[in-house]
Design a protein around this ligand. Structure first.
Ligand code: URA
Length: 360
Protein backbone atom coordinates (compact mmCIF):
# COMPACT_ATOMS: atom_id res chain seq x y z
CA UNK A 1 0.00 0.00 0.00
CA UNK A 2 1.18 3.50 -0.69
CA UNK A 3 -0.31 6.68 0.64
CA UNK A 4 -0.62 9.36 -1.96
CA UNK A 5 -1.20 12.84 -0.64
CA UNK A 6 -2.85 15.32 -2.89
CA UNK A 7 -4.32 18.74 -2.61
CA UNK A 8 -8.07 18.17 -2.97
CA UNK A 9 -8.27 19.47 -6.50
CA UNK A 10 -8.95 17.82 -9.82
CA UNK A 11 -5.60 19.02 -11.17
CA UNK A 12 -3.58 17.50 -8.35
CA UNK A 13 -5.50 14.24 -8.44
CA UNK A 14 -5.00 14.08 -12.20
CA UNK A 15 -1.27 14.58 -11.95
CA UNK A 16 -0.89 11.94 -9.25
CA UNK A 17 -3.22 9.50 -11.00
CA UNK A 18 -1.28 9.90 -14.22
CA UNK A 19 2.00 9.11 -12.50
CA UNK A 20 0.50 6.07 -10.76
CA UNK A 21 -0.97 4.82 -14.01
CA UNK A 22 2.28 5.25 -15.89
CA UNK A 23 4.00 3.16 -13.22
CA UNK A 24 1.31 0.48 -13.47
CA UNK A 25 0.25 0.84 -9.85
CA UNK A 26 -3.21 -0.70 -9.44
CA UNK A 27 -5.97 1.09 -7.51
CA UNK A 28 -6.06 -1.40 -4.66
CA UNK A 29 -2.45 -0.50 -3.78
CA UNK A 30 -3.20 3.19 -3.33
CA UNK A 31 -4.60 5.07 -0.35
CA UNK A 32 -5.53 8.62 -1.22
CA UNK A 33 -4.90 11.20 1.47
CA UNK A 34 -6.29 14.69 1.38
CA UNK A 35 -3.32 16.87 2.33
CA UNK A 36 -5.52 19.76 3.40
CA UNK A 37 -7.30 17.58 5.94
CA UNK A 38 -3.98 16.95 7.68
CA UNK A 39 -2.96 20.56 8.02
CA UNK A 40 -4.77 23.21 5.99
CA UNK A 41 -1.77 25.53 6.06
CA UNK A 42 0.47 22.88 4.60
CA UNK A 43 0.36 23.29 0.87
CA UNK A 44 3.89 22.02 0.28
CA UNK A 45 2.84 18.50 1.28
CA UNK A 46 5.14 15.60 0.82
CA UNK A 47 4.60 13.77 -2.41
CA UNK A 48 7.28 11.19 -1.84
CA UNK A 49 4.73 8.36 -1.89
CA UNK A 50 3.98 9.22 -5.49
CA UNK A 51 6.08 7.67 -8.16
CA UNK A 52 8.52 10.12 -9.67
CA UNK A 53 7.11 12.04 -12.64
CA UNK A 54 7.39 10.34 -15.99
CA UNK A 55 6.88 6.61 -15.95
CA UNK A 56 8.69 3.87 -17.77
CA UNK A 57 5.88 3.65 -20.31
CA UNK A 58 4.56 6.01 -22.93
CA UNK A 59 3.30 9.17 -21.25
CA UNK A 60 0.29 9.19 -23.57
CA UNK A 61 -2.83 8.22 -21.66
CA UNK A 62 -5.96 8.56 -23.67
CA UNK A 63 -9.32 8.56 -21.93
CA UNK A 64 -12.72 9.67 -23.20
CA UNK A 65 -13.42 13.36 -22.72
CA UNK A 66 -16.59 12.37 -20.86
CA UNK A 67 -14.40 10.86 -18.14
CA UNK A 68 -12.42 14.07 -17.74
CA UNK A 69 -15.65 16.08 -17.53
CA UNK A 70 -17.10 13.67 -14.99
CA UNK A 71 -13.90 13.60 -12.94
CA UNK A 72 -13.84 17.40 -12.76
CA UNK A 73 -17.34 17.40 -11.29
CA UNK A 74 -16.66 14.51 -8.92
CA UNK A 75 -13.57 16.35 -7.63
CA UNK A 76 -15.92 19.09 -6.41
CA UNK A 77 -17.71 16.61 -4.15
CA UNK A 78 -16.76 16.29 -0.48
CA UNK A 79 -16.71 12.49 -0.17
CA UNK A 80 -13.13 11.37 0.67
CA UNK A 81 -13.75 8.20 -1.37
CA UNK A 82 -13.98 10.22 -4.57
CA UNK A 83 -10.27 10.05 -5.39
CA UNK A 84 -10.08 6.28 -5.14
CA UNK A 85 -13.30 5.85 -7.13
CA UNK A 86 -11.93 8.10 -9.84
CA UNK A 87 -8.61 6.29 -9.96
CA UNK A 88 -10.32 2.92 -10.13
CA UNK A 89 -12.47 4.20 -12.99
CA UNK A 90 -9.43 5.56 -14.77
CA UNK A 91 -7.55 2.30 -14.31
CA UNK A 92 -10.48 0.27 -15.60
CA UNK A 93 -11.05 2.60 -18.56
CA UNK A 94 -7.45 2.08 -19.60
CA UNK A 95 -7.10 -1.62 -18.74
CA UNK A 96 -10.57 -3.12 -19.05
CA UNK A 97 -13.10 -1.23 -21.06
CA UNK A 98 -12.88 2.12 -22.77
CA UNK A 99 -16.68 2.23 -22.85
CA UNK A 100 -16.99 1.63 -19.13
CA UNK A 101 -18.82 4.91 -18.54
CA UNK A 102 -21.69 3.59 -20.62
CA UNK A 103 -22.26 0.80 -18.12
CA UNK A 104 -24.49 2.89 -15.92
CA UNK A 105 -25.13 0.09 -13.49
CA UNK A 106 -21.45 -0.48 -12.79
CA UNK A 107 -20.95 0.45 -9.10
CA UNK A 108 -17.98 2.75 -9.79
CA UNK A 109 -19.73 4.48 -12.68
CA UNK A 110 -22.92 4.88 -10.67
CA UNK A 111 -21.05 6.23 -7.62
CA UNK A 112 -19.10 8.74 -9.71
CA UNK A 113 -22.25 9.76 -11.55
CA UNK A 114 -24.07 10.39 -8.28
CA UNK A 115 -21.20 12.43 -6.88
CA UNK A 116 -20.88 14.37 -10.12
CA UNK A 117 -24.58 15.13 -10.04
CA UNK A 118 -24.77 16.29 -6.44
CA UNK A 119 -21.56 18.28 -6.78
CA UNK A 120 -23.02 20.07 -9.80
CA UNK A 121 -26.34 20.69 -8.10
CA UNK A 122 -24.54 21.97 -5.01
CA UNK A 123 -22.42 24.27 -7.13
CA UNK A 124 -25.51 25.72 -8.73
CA UNK A 125 -26.79 26.51 -5.26
CA UNK A 126 -30.30 27.25 -4.12
CA UNK A 127 -31.05 29.29 -7.22
CA UNK A 128 -31.17 26.03 -9.17
CA UNK A 129 -34.47 25.27 -7.35
CA UNK A 130 -34.42 21.63 -8.28
CA UNK A 131 -33.67 22.32 -11.94
CA UNK A 132 -31.50 19.62 -13.50
CA UNK A 133 -27.99 20.78 -14.37
CA UNK A 134 -27.46 21.91 -17.96
CA UNK A 135 -24.72 19.62 -19.18
CA UNK A 136 -23.23 18.28 -22.38
CA UNK A 137 -24.78 15.25 -24.06
CA UNK A 138 -23.16 12.07 -22.92
CA UNK A 139 -24.09 8.73 -21.42
CA UNK A 140 -22.10 9.64 -18.31
CA UNK A 141 -24.19 12.76 -18.00
CA UNK A 142 -27.47 10.91 -18.28
CA UNK A 143 -26.10 8.41 -15.77
CA UNK A 144 -25.68 11.26 -13.33
CA UNK A 145 -29.47 11.49 -13.15
CA UNK A 146 -29.87 7.86 -12.13
CA UNK A 147 -31.32 7.46 -8.65
CA UNK A 148 -29.61 5.38 -5.98
CA UNK A 149 -32.72 3.26 -5.72
CA UNK A 150 -33.16 1.41 -9.01
CA UNK A 151 -36.87 0.73 -8.57
CA UNK A 152 -39.16 1.50 -11.51
CA UNK A 153 -41.01 4.36 -9.75
CA UNK A 154 -37.71 5.98 -8.71
CA UNK A 155 -36.26 5.53 -12.19
CA UNK A 156 -39.34 6.96 -13.83
CA UNK A 157 -39.31 10.00 -11.58
CA UNK A 158 -35.59 10.60 -12.12
CA UNK A 159 -35.84 10.11 -15.89
CA UNK A 160 -38.48 12.82 -16.02
CA UNK A 161 -35.74 15.31 -15.08
CA UNK A 162 -33.06 13.99 -17.45
CA UNK A 163 -31.32 16.54 -19.64
CA UNK A 164 -28.55 14.17 -20.69
CA UNK A 165 -28.99 15.11 -24.34
CA UNK A 166 -30.72 17.95 -26.13
CA UNK A 167 -33.91 16.02 -27.04
CA UNK A 168 -35.64 16.98 -23.79
CA UNK A 169 -35.83 20.56 -25.04
CA UNK A 170 -38.35 19.85 -27.79
CA UNK A 171 -40.19 16.87 -26.34
CA UNK A 172 -43.28 17.27 -24.18
CA UNK A 173 -42.01 14.84 -21.57
CA UNK A 174 -39.82 11.83 -20.91
CA UNK A 175 -41.64 8.69 -21.98
CA UNK A 176 -40.42 5.99 -19.65
CA UNK A 177 -41.07 2.27 -20.01
CA UNK A 178 -44.25 0.63 -18.76
CA UNK A 179 -45.08 -2.76 -17.40
CA UNK A 180 -44.69 -4.88 -14.29
CA UNK A 181 -41.34 -5.17 -12.53
CA UNK A 182 -41.73 -8.93 -12.64
CA UNK A 183 -42.23 -9.02 -16.43
CA UNK A 184 -40.22 -11.81 -18.05
CA UNK A 185 -40.17 -10.18 -21.48
CA UNK A 186 -38.99 -6.68 -22.30
CA UNK A 187 -39.85 -5.10 -25.64
CA UNK A 188 -37.66 -2.22 -26.73
CA UNK A 189 -38.69 0.20 -29.45
CA UNK A 190 -36.86 3.16 -30.91
CA UNK A 191 -38.30 6.30 -29.34
CA UNK A 192 -41.76 7.65 -28.49
CA UNK A 193 -43.78 8.98 -31.39
CA UNK A 194 -46.08 11.98 -31.51
CA UNK A 195 -48.90 10.36 -29.54
CA UNK A 196 -46.61 8.73 -27.01
CA UNK A 197 -44.95 12.10 -26.40
CA UNK A 198 -48.32 13.64 -25.56
CA UNK A 199 -49.61 10.69 -23.55
CA UNK A 200 -46.35 9.98 -21.70
CA UNK A 201 -46.62 6.23 -22.41
CA UNK A 202 -44.80 4.03 -24.94
CA UNK A 203 -46.49 2.43 -27.92
CA UNK A 204 -49.92 3.95 -27.55
CA UNK A 205 -50.13 5.34 -31.11
CA UNK A 206 -50.51 3.54 -34.46
CA UNK A 207 -47.33 1.47 -34.05
CA UNK A 208 -48.56 0.49 -30.60
CA UNK A 209 -51.82 -0.72 -32.07
CA UNK A 210 -49.96 -2.99 -34.48
CA UNK A 211 -47.77 -4.31 -31.66
CA UNK A 212 -50.70 -4.93 -29.32
CA UNK A 213 -52.63 -6.76 -32.06
CA UNK A 214 -49.65 -8.90 -33.04
CA UNK A 215 -48.94 -9.76 -29.40
CA UNK A 216 -52.55 -10.76 -28.83
CA UNK A 217 -52.41 -13.03 -31.89
CA UNK A 218 -49.65 -15.06 -30.29
CA UNK A 219 -51.24 -15.06 -26.85
CA UNK A 220 -49.07 -12.45 -25.14
CA UNK A 221 -50.96 -9.80 -23.22
CA UNK A 222 -49.58 -6.34 -23.21
CA UNK A 223 -49.99 -5.84 -19.51
CA UNK A 224 -47.75 -8.83 -18.71
CA UNK A 225 -44.70 -7.52 -20.59
CA UNK A 226 -42.50 -4.48 -20.10
CA UNK A 227 -42.43 -2.07 -23.03
CA UNK A 228 -39.90 0.69 -23.40
CA UNK A 229 -37.78 2.57 -25.93
CA UNK A 230 -34.05 2.95 -26.55
CA UNK A 231 -34.52 6.73 -26.50
CA UNK A 232 -36.97 8.25 -24.05
CA UNK A 233 -37.72 11.57 -25.74
CA UNK A 234 -39.55 12.18 -29.01
CA UNK A 235 -37.24 13.56 -31.68
CA UNK A 236 -39.11 15.47 -34.33
CA UNK A 237 -39.02 18.32 -36.81
CA UNK A 238 -41.91 20.59 -37.74
CA UNK A 239 -43.58 20.21 -41.11
CA UNK A 240 -46.45 22.62 -41.36
CA UNK A 241 -48.56 21.92 -38.30
CA UNK A 242 -47.26 18.39 -37.96
CA UNK A 243 -44.39 17.00 -35.94
CA UNK A 244 -42.44 14.59 -38.10
CA UNK A 245 -40.49 11.76 -36.49
CA UNK A 246 -36.72 11.95 -36.87
CA UNK A 247 -34.42 9.00 -36.29
CA UNK A 248 -32.26 9.56 -33.21
CA UNK A 249 -28.51 9.89 -33.74
CA UNK A 250 -26.06 7.39 -32.29
CA UNK A 251 -24.97 9.95 -29.69
CA UNK A 252 -28.57 10.37 -28.54
CA UNK A 253 -29.07 6.62 -28.35
CA UNK A 254 -25.91 6.28 -26.30
CA UNK A 255 -26.83 9.19 -24.09
CA UNK A 256 -30.08 7.44 -23.20
CA UNK A 257 -28.49 4.02 -22.65
CA UNK A 258 -28.06 4.41 -18.86
CA UNK A 259 -31.86 4.49 -18.56
CA UNK A 260 -32.32 1.42 -20.70
CA UNK A 261 -29.60 -0.41 -18.78
CA UNK A 262 -31.18 0.58 -15.49
CA UNK A 263 -34.55 -0.73 -16.67
CA UNK A 264 -32.93 -4.02 -17.68
CA UNK A 265 -31.04 -4.20 -14.39
CA UNK A 266 -34.25 -3.63 -12.46
CA UNK A 267 -36.53 -5.97 -14.39
CA UNK A 268 -33.92 -8.61 -15.17
CA UNK A 269 -35.98 -9.96 -18.06
CA UNK A 270 -35.27 -13.45 -19.27
CA UNK A 271 -36.18 -12.34 -22.78
CA UNK A 272 -35.56 -9.09 -24.61
CA UNK A 273 -37.17 -8.30 -27.94
CA UNK A 274 -35.69 -5.42 -29.90
CA UNK A 275 -38.16 -3.80 -32.26
CA UNK A 276 -36.18 -2.36 -35.15
CA UNK A 277 -32.62 -1.31 -35.74
CA UNK A 278 -32.29 1.46 -33.16
CA UNK A 279 -33.14 -0.81 -30.25
CA UNK A 280 -31.13 -3.72 -31.62
CA UNK A 281 -28.06 -1.62 -32.31
CA UNK A 282 -28.30 0.08 -28.95
CA UNK A 283 -27.71 -3.28 -27.26
CA UNK A 284 -25.97 -5.34 -29.93
CA UNK A 285 -23.74 -2.69 -31.47
CA UNK A 286 -23.97 -0.61 -34.65
CA UNK A 287 -22.94 -3.53 -36.88
CA UNK A 288 -26.05 -5.53 -35.98
CA UNK A 289 -28.44 -5.98 -38.91
CA UNK A 290 -32.06 -6.67 -38.03
CA UNK A 291 -33.07 -8.09 -41.40
CA UNK A 292 -30.16 -10.53 -41.35
CA UNK A 293 -30.74 -11.63 -37.76
CA UNK A 294 -34.44 -11.27 -37.11
CA UNK A 295 -36.03 -14.20 -35.33
CA UNK A 296 -32.64 -15.48 -34.10
CA UNK A 297 -32.02 -15.69 -30.39
CA UNK A 298 -28.78 -14.48 -28.86
CA UNK A 299 -27.37 -14.99 -25.42
CA UNK A 300 -26.22 -11.58 -24.24
CA UNK A 301 -25.11 -9.83 -21.11
CA UNK A 302 -28.48 -8.07 -21.09
CA UNK A 303 -30.56 -11.22 -20.98
CA UNK A 304 -29.99 -14.93 -21.62
CA UNK A 305 -32.24 -14.63 -24.66
CA UNK A 306 -32.46 -11.63 -26.95
CA UNK A 307 -34.18 -11.45 -30.30
CA UNK A 308 -34.68 -8.68 -32.83
CA UNK A 309 -37.55 -8.21 -35.23
CA UNK A 310 -38.86 -5.43 -37.40
CA UNK A 311 -40.42 -2.34 -35.93
CA UNK A 312 -44.23 -2.17 -36.17
CA UNK A 313 -43.96 1.30 -37.77
CA UNK A 314 -42.05 -0.25 -40.67
CA UNK A 315 -45.19 -2.26 -41.43
CA UNK A 316 -47.32 0.88 -41.40
CA UNK A 317 -45.00 2.52 -43.92
CA UNK A 318 -45.54 -0.19 -46.55
CA UNK A 319 -47.97 1.06 -49.22
CA UNK A 320 -48.67 -2.17 -51.03
CA UNK A 321 -51.45 -4.01 -49.07
CA UNK A 322 -50.16 -7.49 -49.91
CA UNK A 323 -46.62 -6.61 -48.88
CA UNK A 324 -47.95 -5.00 -45.73
CA UNK A 325 -49.94 -8.09 -44.87
CA UNK A 326 -46.86 -10.25 -45.40
CA UNK A 327 -44.71 -8.00 -43.22
CA UNK A 328 -47.31 -8.17 -40.47
CA UNK A 329 -47.46 -11.99 -40.75
CA UNK A 330 -43.65 -12.08 -40.46
CA UNK A 331 -43.80 -9.95 -37.31
CA UNK A 332 -46.40 -12.30 -35.84
CA UNK A 333 -44.20 -15.28 -36.72
CA UNK A 334 -41.27 -13.71 -34.86
CA UNK A 335 -43.43 -12.92 -31.87
CA UNK A 336 -44.67 -16.49 -31.84
CA UNK A 337 -41.10 -17.58 -31.13
CA UNK A 338 -41.22 -15.34 -28.05
CA UNK A 339 -44.59 -16.73 -27.02
CA UNK A 340 -43.36 -20.31 -27.29
CA UNK A 341 -40.29 -19.55 -25.21
CA UNK A 342 -42.42 -17.71 -22.65
CA UNK A 343 -44.75 -20.67 -22.39
CA UNK A 344 -41.80 -23.04 -21.96
CA UNK A 345 -40.48 -20.81 -19.22
CA UNK A 346 -43.83 -20.77 -17.49
CA UNK A 347 -43.99 -24.53 -17.64
CA UNK A 348 -40.45 -25.14 -16.48
CA UNK A 349 -40.95 -22.53 -13.72
CA UNK A 350 -37.24 -22.44 -12.98
CA UNK A 351 -35.42 -20.53 -15.66
CA UNK A 352 -32.31 -22.64 -15.10
CA UNK A 353 -33.96 -25.54 -16.82
CA UNK A 354 -34.17 -23.64 -20.06
CA UNK A 355 -31.18 -23.65 -22.37
CA UNK A 356 -29.83 -20.17 -23.10
CA UNK A 357 -29.71 -18.87 -26.63
CA UNK A 358 -26.56 -19.15 -28.73
CA UNK A 359 -23.65 -17.13 -27.38
CA UNK A 360 -23.27 -13.65 -28.85
N1 URA B 1 -42.35 3.82 -31.96
C1 URA B 1 -41.48 3.42 -30.99
O1 URA B 1 -40.39 2.95 -31.27
N2 URA B 1 -41.85 3.57 -29.74
C2 URA B 1 -43.01 4.06 -29.37
O2 URA B 1 -43.24 4.16 -28.18
C3 URA B 1 -43.91 4.44 -30.39
C4 URA B 1 -43.55 4.32 -31.67
Amino acid sequence: MREVEIAPTFEDWRQAARELLLHDIPPDEVVWVDASSHDPSRLDFDKTARPSPGGPKSPLISVPKSFVDLARRVAEHHDPARWSILYRLLWRLVHENRDLLRVATDPDVAAAARMGRSATQGAEGPSAMGQPPQLEPDAAIAAAFLPTDLSLPALREAAARCTGCALYKTATQTVFGMGPTEARVMFIGEQPGDQEDLAGAPFVGPAGEVLTRALAEVGIWRHEVYITNAVKHFKWEPRGKRRIHMTPRLQEIQACRPWLEAEIETIKPSMIVCLGATAAQSLMGPQFRVMRNRGRAFQTRWAPWLMATIHPSAILRIDDPAAQEQAYADLVADLRIVAVRLEEERRSKTLGELPPAAEK
